[in-house]
Design a protein around this ligand. Structure first.
Ligand code: GTP
Length: 566
């Protein structure tokens, strides 16, 4: 029972080891995968940070352009169209994302006509305009106008010339803010359709003053006009992004500015449907489905505020971006780890299985050996002809019973039986018949003495012996043996005793003690048998002790014999 239990236990342990091993391989693979994910995420954020920094630089450079033109106005009371165009042109060559650079002076209502006629010398039909549902119209009556006076490049932007930026509430609010702060202020996203561009853009107004006003009141009084930059967001973003190397990232540039000062104006502009879109730029494909993996990498980078605007980049990597940076190590570890565990388990299982088979074989061989040993012992204790215990078995059993009788102080009886005239039987019927006769006699003796503890053995040749432990009367069994054999009526025509096979029997019994002699015990039974032979055979003789004092006297004892022929 122990071995199968152990095998089940071993299999259970092997199974648990496989599970733990596989789980461990999976866990290590997953840990590597997570570490790799962290590294990719960090790399991705660095890439987006790089791009955000590039965009910030691009914006600052563009604002610097406006400051440079403002410098021209600050150093001169009268900037001619030629001067403006020259400096503006030089910047436009180097800044591809600028749609236009403009000079927008402050014109009071009383100066409007004079201003229009002065401009008309260079641009016939020049007038101050405003935008409505019907297109560009002559500007209505206002106290102050901010018409576009110089614009570079002029080609393609003619429509904008004369346009009064003060006609839009939102832009006026932004311009007022720039004036009040003496700082550049940018608009939210606008459509650049009037600038012959299909892109979204934004404007930055930089105020110029007469002199250097230091207070709000003075700034309001001495406002001269605005340097205006018109920027294409897509181009600005693209040229900034192109300066960094990482590919495969989707961006969305969002305007998160919230300026309570002109919140109203923004609302109004939204109603006009012109400005206020929060998404400035996006290269997200329209049919893009963002998977969980991509979402896990999404990153928002808020740019440094500029000109009153707060922009942020929302970025998500493409699947290709992530796949490109994924290594094989996590999968390799998981697969090879699992494979190693399985092969090891297979190897251990094979060893256990082999041990089990060897164990089985050893068990089988041990059982075979034990059986062989038992058979050998049986053979060594059995007479080959009669199949009853042999002389050796008799010797060992008698020794045992002798000791028992001494210990238990019980009587031990011994019967010796010899077939009469057996030589003549052999001579008459042949040796094989003699063998059969011996077998018949043995079987009859066995059947006659069927008490469990009695032992019938072949003593040698045609002689048998019977051990009778714990037997009060040994004579009766002896007589039954002699009688039953004669009753077999095995023919023996040459016997001088009877026409059938007969036996002579010697009996002796004793209460042995530690001084008793076993050989003498056997010799006395033999003496009784010898006596039966001498008295004419086919009889039972009992050796009886009349006096226990000495052996010589005992040998002189008389034998009582009886013939039991009938
Ligand atoms: N067939 C056969 N004969 C055996 C066997 N063992 C002993 N004998 C024969 O038994 C005979 C015994 O003869 P003896 O010892 O002279 O005794 P007996 O002829 O029986 O005469 P008494 O014993 O004096 O009656 C011998 O001839 C042995 O050969 C055996 O296993 N088979």
């Amino acid at each position: 029972m122990l071995i199968p239990t152990m095998n089940i236990f071993s299999k259970y342990i092997t199974f648990i080891t496989i599970l733990i091993g596989l789980a461990l391989s999976g866990y290590i693979g997953k840990s590597f995968y997570d570490e790799e994910t962290k590294a990719i995420k960090l790399g991705f954020q660095n890439d987006v940070d790089d791009k955000a920094a590039a965009l910030e630089r691009e914006i600052l450079l563009n604002i610097e352009v406006l400051h440079a033109i403002k410098g021209l106005y600050d150093s001169s009371d009268e900037v001619t169209a030629v001067e403006f165009h020259r400096i503006a042109q030089s910047f436009l060559v180097r800044h591809q994302d600028i749609q236009a650079l403009e000079w927008v002076p402050k014109v009071e209502a009383r100066d409007r006509l004079g201003y229009e006629s002065a401009m008309g010398t260079q641009h016939p039909d020049f007038e101050v305009t405003e935008f409505s549902d019907k297109g560009m119209l002559t500007a209505g009556q206002r106290d102050i106008y901010f018409p576009v006076t110089f614009i570079e490049p002029i080609a393609g932007n003619e429509m904008v010339l004369g346009y009064d930026f003060g006609s839009s509430h939102q832009r006026l609010a932004i311009m007022d803010r720039a004036r009040d702060l003496d700082k550049p202020v940018a608009t939210s996203s606008i459509s650049l359709q009037h600038y012959s561009s299909d892109q979204q853009g934004f404007l930055i107004f930089v105020p110029t003053y007469m002199g250097e006003p230091t207070t709000l009141v003075k700034r309001r009084e001495r406002l001269r006009g605005y340097i205006l930059g018109v920027y294409r967001i897509d181009d600005m973003f693209d040229s900034a992004i192109k300066r960094t190397s990482a590919e495969g990232i989707y961006y969305s540039l969002e305007d998160n500015s919230y300026e309570p000062a002109y919140d109203q104006a923004i609302k109004a502009s939204l109603a006009e449907g012109v400005e206020g879109a929060s998404v400035l730029y996006s290269n997200f494909p329209l049919n893009l489905s963002i998977t969980q993996t991509q979402q896990a990498f999404s990153y928002i980078k808020t740019l440094r505020p500029f000109s009153g605007r707060k922009w942020s980049i929302v970025a998500t990597p493409s699947l290709g971006y992530v796949a490109e940076r994924r290594g094989q190590l996590p999968y390799t570890i998981a697969v090879f780890g699992g494979l190693f565990v399985l092969l090891s388990a297979l190897y251990v299982y094979a060893i256990l299985r082999r041990a089990e088979l060897i164990e089985k074989e050893v068990k089988q061989r041990t059982a075979d050996l034990n059986e062989a040993k038992r058979q050998l012992e049986e053979i060594s204790q059995t007479d080959s002809l009669t199949k009853i215990p042999n002389r050796r078995c008799f010797d060992e059993s008698l020794q045992e019973e002798w000791q028992k009788a001494i210990r238990n102080k019980s009587r031990l009886g011994l019967i010796m039986i010899d077939i009469d005239h057996f030589k003549l039987y052999n001579d008459t019927y042949g040796h094989p018949a003699g063998d059969q006769c011996i077998k018949d006699v043995a079987q009859t003796l066995n059947q006659t003495l069927n008490r469990g503890k009695d032992l019938v053995a072949r003593y040698g040749g045609e002689e048998f012996v019977v051990i009778l432990p714990h037997t009060r009367d040994c004579v009766s069994p002896a007589k039954r043996c002699q009688y039953n054999i004669e009753r077999l009526e095995l023919p023996h025509e040459t016997s001088m005793t009877s026409s059938f096979v007969t036996v002579s029997v010697g009996v002796y019994s004793i209460f042995p003690d530690k001084d008793s002699d076993l050989l003498e015990f056997i010799a006395r039974a033999d003496t009784a048998l010898y006596q039966a032979k001498n008295e004419g055979r086919n009889r039972v003789c009992v050796y009886e002790e009349k006096d226990k004092e000495g052996i010589i006297e005992t040998l002189d004892l008389a034998f009582s014999s009886s013939a039991l022929a009938s």
